[in-house]
Design a protein around this ligand. Sequence first.
Ligand SMILES: [Zn+2]
Length: 172
Amino acid sequence: MSDYSEPKSCNLPRSAINKFSKEVIKHFNYNPGDDLLPIVQTLGGCIIYDDLWGLKESDSGSIVIEKPNDFRIILANHTSQLRDRFTICHELGHYFLHYLLPGIQAPMRAARYGQNKAETEANWFAASFLMPEEEFRNYYEEVSGNLLLLSEKFKVSQQAATVMAGHLGLAK
Ligand SMILES: [Zn+2]
């Protein structure tokens, strides 16, 4: 595995990553809550559920990128569907921000779910892709911040919706 490079921070501010995720949303005609698999497949990727990996890496996922349009996202078997959706978008964040954007040539592997800058950037991408600011604000207003309804509409965990509400200054 040592010939796989690790993702390096793209050093973009959160606002730029939000803007980038908006472009991706537009490109794929994605609506909140839509299935993510067609997007992964259109990009040439696949999703694998790996039990052994789950034991080893607890509840985190990973992405292995061989070359452009050839990657696999590995998910733990025991995690929830909502959690998996966030992980898939997180891994796509690595693919876009840390592989395609800087034009990396070597195969890349992102396995850690740690605290470094690249991980934070991938989380920013995932959050803004799954919960675009404008739609999130509007729906938050509409349902008076009901976390269950927010979770159902955007197909994210209530925890992820809570974090986004806090980030946008909506939480009471
Ligand atoms: Zn990551």
